[in-house]
Design a binder for this molecule. Structure first.
Ligand SMILES: [Zn+2]
Ligand SMILES: [Zn+2]
Length: 394
């Protein structure tokens, strides 16, 4: 068994622990002078070879530079080491401690990524920019409002006069119509009345007999057929010209579109819930506008080509539930071309028909009235007389 070594004085007083040529250490506060410890610019004394069994007590070894530790230190060197290590941060204003100097040697944290200001507002910390839930919800709300401006406004109210609306509701629908940006109400009504009166002929602005692409978007890319202009000029639009709200929108249509279709959907998410300006422009404004346009165009294209004709098999428009889903109830197109004065454009009420639910809500609130509806008996008689029989199979 190894004999315990003789007790030795505290480390700082040992002559071998200090280089002889070093100047005297700076004067420390009284507390530091009362508590001798290892030198601040050298490794901890407890980590030196004093704890090495090979050099302990050997005159020629490294133990000669550092005396053997006391008995308690030999018994529990780790405990002794922890006890001698100072606190990480001095609470007496004595300057940086050993731990804080150690931390100071770590490499500085990397600078924040130099990204564009638009990306810095959102998404720069967690990856590529993404739309927050509020921006996505705002885009959906914007889509519904703009679609109602077309379906409940331009189509069912002003084109077909299938119900009556008070001034506040007409103002709201006019604003929603500008959000939709599908031509002003006056022009929309003129084109739609020509479409119903001369459906599937050259006088039809989006004649489906000229193919899917033409009826979907192509008719907006070419000059109108001369028959469309000629027949359109003969239509009676006196009721539209008498509506001051409609004519006011026609006068200020371009600025209203810039403000309501693009500027507001971009600025509101950016200002109110800190969405990036890029996301605000491309999701609630551009993407929403593109989706709403195609949903409306599908009524002119798909709903004139794909689906059953339970009410009149001699006309081209069809019943297309998918179009109804996207266009808020405008896909029951065989019914609508058979009974164009029905405010619901369908015999099924609110099924796939958010526009009908909206008009019913406006009537409940006292903002709309005089909804025109076709009776069940008339519908059934028409089905039996001119339908393709598809209603019997459900
Ligand atoms: Zn119509
Ligand atoms: Zn049609």
């Amino acid at each position: 068994m190894r004999e315990p070594g003789p007790p030795h004085p505290p480390l700082p007083q040992h002559p071998s622990s200090r280089p002889p040529a070093r100047p005297a250490p700076p004067r420390l506060p009284s507390r530091a002078r009362r508590e001798p410890g290892p030198r601040r610019d050298s490794p901890p004394a407890a980590l030196t070879p004093r704890i090495s069994p090979a050099g302990r007590g050997s005159p020629g070894g490294r133990g000669a530079e550092s005396p053997a530790p006391p008995a308690a230190e030999q018994a529990a060197p780790l405990k002794y080491l922890r006890a001698r290590l100072p606190e990480p941060h001095s609470s007496h204003g004595e300057g940086p401690t050993r731990a804080s100097r150690c931390c100071r040697r770590l490499p500085p944290p990397p600078p924040p990524p130099a990204c564009a200001p638009a990306y810095r507002r959102r998404g720069a910390e967690t990856g590529p920019p993404h739309a927050c839930a509020l921006a996505a919800g705002g885009a959906v709300l914007c889509f519904v409002v703009s679609a109602l401006g077309i379906t409940a406004g331009s189509h069912r109210l002003w084109s077909h006069r299938s119900y009556k609306a008070t001034l506040p509701l007409r103002i709201f629908l006019t604003i929603a119509n500008s959000v939709a940006f599908q031509n002003d109400i006056y022009e929309w009504v003129r084109d739609h009345r020509v479409h119903h009166k001369f459906s599937e002929t050259d006088a039809d602005p989006h004649n489906a007999m000229r193919g899917f692409f033409f009826s979907h978007i192509g008719w907006l890319l070419v000059r109108k057929h001369p028959d469309v202009i000629e027949k359109g000029q003969k239509l009676d639009l006196s009721d539209i010209k008498a509506d001051k709200v409609v004519m006011f929108q026609r006068r200020y249509y371009k600025p209203s579109v810039v403000l309501l279709c693009f500027t507001l959907p971009t600025v509101v998410p950016w200002y109110f819930w800190d969405e990036s300006i890029i996301i605000s422009f491309f999701i609630p404004a551009i993407l929403r506008y593109a989706v709403a346009l195609n949903a409306a165009w599908l009524v002119n294209s798909a709903a004139h080509m794909f689906g059953n004709r339970p009410y009149d098999q001699h006309i081209n428009p069809r019943e297309n539930p998918l179009v109804s889903l996207g266009a808020l109830g405008e896909g029951f197109h065989n019914y609508h071309h058979t009974f164009p004065y029905d405010y619901s454009t369908s015999e099924f009420g609110w099924r796939f028909n958010l526009t009908t639910a909206f008009i019913d809500l406006m009537c409940f609130l006292g903002l709309a009235s005089d909804r025109k509806k076709v009776s069940k008996e008339v519908i059934l008689a028409r089905k039996m007389r001119t339908g393709d029989g598809s209603h019997k199979s459900g």
